[in-house]
Design a protein around this ligand. Structure first.
Ligand SMILES: [Zn+2]
Length: 118
């Protein structure tokens, strides 16, 4: 999961995301250190997880997901694949433009939901 987060963080020209939950951060615009978390609870949970990770002897920048968080992420990845397959199937079947548009909008909505990591 570390690779996923690094890939997100590495796209600096794109929108920034909360380092805990992955939700999109509002555009900063202010001078100084950019915010890393969307809200105080995310900052707090990230601190607690970091402390627990350090007690476990893992590197400080290790990204640890609980089994439940990973299962949730996998569910949403599966939903994204289904939405993408719906678009591909409809296109292969020669679906009308309006239908393709509707399926593409669903795909975008599903992908947007995946920006949230937890
Ligand atoms: Zn957050």
């Amino acid at each position: 999961m570390e690779l996923v987060t690094e890939a997100v963080a590495g796209r600096r020209d794109e929108a920034r995301h909360c380092a805990w939950c992955g939700r999109r951060l509002p555009d900063g615009g202010r001078i100084g250190r950019p915010r890393r978390y969307c809200a105080q609870p995310c900052r707090q949970r990230a601190y607690e997880r970091r402390a627990a990770v350090q007690r476990g002897g893992l590197p400080e920048d290790a990204v640890v997901l609980s089994a439940g968080e990973l299962a949730d992420l996998q569910d949403r990845l599966f939903q994204l694949r289904c939405a993408a397959e719906d678009v591909a199937t409809a296109a292969a079947d020669g679906a009308a433009r309006a239908e393709l548009r509707r399926l593409a909008d669903e795909l975008v909505d599903t992908a947007r939901g995946l920006e949230r990591l937890r």
